[in-house]
Structure formats: C-alpha cells, structure tokens
Write a protein that binds this ligand. Structure first.
Ligand code: PMP
Length: 287
C-alpha cells in the first residue's frame, strides 16, 4: 500500500513526493533527523525528540521550520492518514536546496530548509523476536566524526558497521574508541555487572538517546544502581548482561559480544525487566 508522506508542507502519495537534486541533504549530508515511535497510534516521548531536534538544528545553524505544535500536527496527520498503529515516524530537515552546489551555506532568506516525514509500520514492534532471543554484537573501531551528539544524516559509517556485523554473523556492532565502547551503530550501549547498569556518560562522543534518558530514569526509580562511565571491551565481554536502547527497539538484550556468551546466552533478568518497565511507562505517557 502506498504511504502518504509529508514534503515541504504537502501530504502526497510516496511516489509523488520529490526533493531537488541540489538538496544539501543529498549532496552533503547537511541535515538532521529524528525517529519517533508510535504505539497505539500515539507518539512516544514526542517532547524529547522535539527538544533534541531543536538542539541539532541549532548546532548546525539551521532555522527550525516549525514550532512544537506544528511538528506535532504533522506527526498526528501522518498517523491518521496512514492508519498507523505501531511503528515509527521518520523526520528529516536539511539546509535546503540552493540552485547549485557550494561549500558555503546558502542564505537562509532565500533557501528554506527541506522537510520530509514518512511513516514506517512495524506490527512486530512490541513483540519483537529479537527481543525474545537477544542479539549478538561485534566490536568495530569508531571511525565517525567528532560531533556524534548532533543527530545528522551522515549514516554511512554506522551503515557500514552494521554490514560488518552481519558479515561476522552478528546482529549489530558496538563501536570502540581508545579501548572503550562509545555506542551501537544506531543505539546506546549498556552492560550490567553485579547488578549495576553501566553506560557511557553523555558527551560529543555519543548521541544523547531519548530512550537512554527514559531508561536510566526508570532504572533509578526502580532502585537499580546506574554508573554513567566508559567501559572497556574486556568489561563488556565479561559482563553479566548487556543491552542496547533506541526509540525503535526500546530495550534490546544482548546475549553475545565478540563471540563471548553473556550469562546463559539468553536475555538477562534486569534487561528484560527494564524492557517491560520501559514499554509499560512509555505506552502510558504516549500522546
Ligand atoms: N546512538 C545512535 C548512534 C543512534 O543512531 C541512535 C538512534 N537513532 C541512538 C543512539 C538512540 O537514540 P534514541 O534513543 O533517541 O533513538
């Protein structure tokens, strides 16, 4: 079934939506994005994603083309027009399409940002086979740029990393810088040792995950100790449990790291509990 998508103010069948070949998102990866999960046709953590979008745009000096209410309206229109019950809404804003290619930023007075949103249905979102089994991760070098806190569309290396992981018989890769894990290709990374949840502290090295913020808050509320610090590859391989978080996968248990099985090789009790809490609370708070 053809989706209705949003492009620069219009709602169109996906085959009719067009963006210029001069768009700086296409030519230079000069753009940012967000992915917001939809459960029961409602948005999970909309305000977290909106706030991060504003920050990403601000860091790149791109004017925010809409206010909170405007963004919320487009998200809700797309949910309604596509009858979306479970899945995601992908949103992208680029610096727009000047009529040529130039390293110098175009004048924002004459070049408006390009705005694209579309839905992705996922009936297996809540009852995910990967969550039941747990995933395997491979370690790879983190070769990305130094501003990973900005959610840009420069996803070539993460995409290559995912392919390296698949080639190695794994589901995903964790990236390593100076011996410590930064994050997954499209998620934040955690280990659990002696009941303590350990995850890298926020900095320019990682994306400030919206799911990360929620999960750490729920963990603390459930009296689970949290350490926000870097952890080594060896610590990861000898952890009791591990997991990743992202808007589209929630809390996803990791059962194997670089060929080392964690615990019994099945999703651990704390990761499983956090997944349940996260889904329950997010569902309650969705708007
Ligand atoms: N880190 C990276 C590199 C990501 O791409 C993502 C997901 N886009 C995340 C972390 C998780 O962020 P969030 O919980 O906001 O989806």
């Amino acid at each position: 079934m053809s989706r209705i998508v949003y492009v620069n103010g219009d709602y169109l069948p996906e085959g009719e939506a067009k963006v210029s070949i001069f768009d700086r998102g296409f030519l230079m990866a000069d753009g940012v994005y967000e992915v917001t999960t939809v459960i029961d046709s409602k948005l999970v953590d909309f305000d977290g994603h909106f706030t991060r979008l504003e920050r990403s745009l601000g860091e790149l000096d791109i004017a925010n083309p809409m206010d909170r209410e405007g963004w919320l309206d487009v998200h809700r229109q797309l949910i309604a027009q596509n009858g979306l019950d479970q899945g995601m809404i992908y949103l992208q804003v680029t610096r727009g399409a000047p009529n040529d290619r130039d390293f110098v930023f175009p004048d924002p007075e004459t070049t408006a940002p390009t705005v694209v949103l579309f839905t992705q249905a996922n009936p297996a979102l809540l009852d995910s086979p990967k969550a039941r089994k747990g995933i395997k991760v491979a370690m790879i070098d983190d070769l990305r740029w130094g501003r990973r806190d900005i959610k840009t569309v420069q996803l070539l290396y993460p995409s290559m990393g995912k392919m390296m992981a698949i080639k190695a018989g794994c589901d995903d890769a964790w990236m390593v810088q100076d011996g410590t894990v930064t994050e997954g290709t499209s998620n934040n990374a955690y280990i659990i040792k002696d009941g303590r949840i350990i995850t890298r502290a926020l900095s320019n090295d990682i994306l400030h995950g919206i799911t990360r913020a929620a999960v750490l808050r729920f963990a603390r509320e459930a009296q689970m100790p949290v350490e926000e610090r870097s952890f080594t590859v060896d610590e990861a391989k000898s952890a009791d449990e591990a997991f990743v978080t992202s808007a589209s996968t929630f809390v996803l248990p990791v059962v194997e790291i670089d060929g080392e099985t964690l615990g019994d090789g099945v999703p651990g009790p704390l990761a499983t509990r956090l997944r349940d809490i996260y889904i329950e609370e997010s569902r309650k708070a969705a708007i």
